[in-house]
Design a protein around this ligand. Structure first.
Ligand SMILES: N=c1c2ncn([C@@H]3O[C@H](COP(=O)(O)OP(=O)(O)OP(=O)(O)O)[C@@H](O)[C@H]3O)c2ncn1[C@@H]1O[C@H](COP(=O)(O)O)[C@@H](O)[C@H]1O
Length: 97
């Protein structure tokens, strides 16, 4: 175990907090407040998926990790937009064991 083990839960807590508290300079908060915020998230997920594929094809593992993190972040924002949580994701994965 190390301090990075909780990073998904910590990130999701920050994302959830941005739904209630809206700092001016927060990209995350802007996604929740903008009328087309969900569309922006969906577009990002599409773009980043393509970038992920290209990074894998190029054998660029640093870029692969970067794009994977972008996808996970935007996926968590999308779950929060639907009032879902990381627990829902864990539950779905656990059911597949
Ligand atoms: N994990 C992220 C995160 N990942 C991506 N992004 C933002 O998502 C936006 C779009 O991502 P892109 O990949 O398209 O960024 P890009 O630089 O245009 O393109 P690339 O070259 O990276 O592909 C950028 O503004 C990124 O900064 C993120 N913004 C925030 N977080 C986390 O969310 C927390 C809250 O952040 P605020 O949004 O500042 O409140 C932060 O502490 C971070 O932990």
């Amino acid at each position: 175990m190390n301090s990075d083990d909780d990073v998904l839960d910590e990130l999701f807590s920050v994302i959830e907090d941005r739904k209630e508290n809206v700092p001016d300079d927060s990209y995350t908060a802007s996604l929740f407040t903008h009328e087309k915020g969900e569309n922006a998230v969906l577009e990002k997920l599409g773009e980043e998926s393509t970038e992920l594929v290209l990074a894998a094809k190029d054998g660029d593992d640093d870029e692969l990790a970067h794009e994977a993190a972008d996808i996970v972040y935007h996926m968590l924002v999308l779950l929060a937009m639907h009032d879902m949580t990381v627990a829902d994701l864990r539950e779905e994965l656990a059911e597949r064991r």
